[in-house]
Write a protein that binds this ligand. Structure first.
Ligand code: C2E
Ligand code: CA
Ligand code: CA
Ligand code: CA
Length: 276
């Protein structure tokens, strides 16, 4: 038993080492990546209930010379912890706005939803940056929406709600991301300034296995409708999943079944080949 305990400790220490090493690697390299423009934004289409594509979600990627394309799942948590999410998020937002203007020149009208972390929202500069960038670009409308997770509502609720309202007043839609995975309840939806909820992937995953998931989705859609909120289903991968979603009153859908996230240029080509 003693041996066993010691073995466990060694595994634990090795894991700690690995994590410290990873943290240090990210600490040096993500900062550099931001300076050297090694980040890039991918876009994934959102399909409206009428089959049209009017918006996309912006998903950041890191093009590391050492590691190749690094997933945000690997560096966003670190960026949040270190505070680097603030300049990184600013970079994403400005990059997206530039892309929207480029698309407009090509005759492509698109809204883009940008993911905003709790820490970024509460820093407030993301709001003033967007406002300033819209003015600088001579835009009277706001083609950017924001996706927030429920963690925003836990950490500093009053301040978060005020900022969400300010984004809405600017013309940005506010979407509650990963809905159903966190702590927020259906009743909470009534008092937060949001335009839509994004049903988490996990609901879709279970849809054809567990009848209870279907009932859950229907119940959530009913409540959202009663509150005048849109519902977007994410993570749709199969025809069967789409079939259920088409039947459930969901307003928007997104997932690999339609398209994976892709670089801006490729997205333009994809759109041209997918008229509604
Ligand atoms: P998210 O906002 O929930 O984004 C959805 C994730 O699911 C994306 O992963 C997307 O590529 C993936 N996805 C889309 N459709 C499907 C599907 O049909 N099946 C499956 N299995 N996955 C699908 P990705 O791009 O790796 O992003 C991971 C997370 O990183 C995002 O989750 C978001 O929370 C965060 N993130 C990405 N970009 C940013 C950013 O610019 N700022 C912040 N703060 N967070 C970001
Ligand atoms: Ca999202
Ligand atoms: Ca999500
Ligand atoms: Ca997520």
């Amino acid at each position: 038993a003693k041996e066993n305990g010691r073995g466990k400790y060694c595994v634990f220490a090795a894991e700690m080492n690995q994590r410290v090493f990873e943290y240090l690697w990210l600490d040096t390299n993500l900062r550099k990546a931001l300076e050297l423009d090694h980040l890039t934004v991918f876009y994934q289409p959102k399909v409206d209930s009428d089959g049209q594509i009017r918006s996309a979600e912006a998903l950041v990627r890191w093009n590391s010379p050492e590691r190749g394309l690094v997933s945000p799942a690997e560096f966003i948590p670190y960026a949040e912890e270190s505070g680097l999410i603030v300049p990184l998020g600013r970079w994403v937002m400005l990059n997206v706005l530039k892309q929207i203007l480029t698309w407009r020149q090509q005759g492509i009208e698109l809204r883009v939803a940008v993911n905003v972390s709790a820490r970024q929202l509460l820093d407030q500069s993301i709001y003033s940056d967007l406002k300033q960038a819209l003015a600088d670009g001579g835009l009277s409308d706001c083609p950017i929406d924001i996706e927030l997770t429920e963690s925003c509502l836990i950490e500093n609720e009053a301040e978060a709600l005020t900022l969400m309202k300010k984004f809405q007043d600017l013309g940005a839609q506010v979407h509650l991301d990963d809905f159903g995975t966190g702590y927020s309840s259906l009743s909470q939806l009534a008092r937060v300034p949001i335009n839509a909820i994004k049903l988490d992937q996990s609901f879709i995953r279970d849809i054809n296995l567990q009848p209870v998931s279907q009932s859950l989705v229907r119940a959530i859609v009913a409540v959202a409708k009663a509150l005048d909120l849109l519902v977007i289903a994410e993570g749709i991968e199969t025809k069967a999943e789409e079939a259920f979603i088409l039947n459930s009153g969901v307003d928007g859908r997104q997932g690999y079944y339609y398209a994976k996230p892709m670089p801006a240029e490729q997205f333009g080509h994809w759109l041209a080949k997918h008229p509604a």
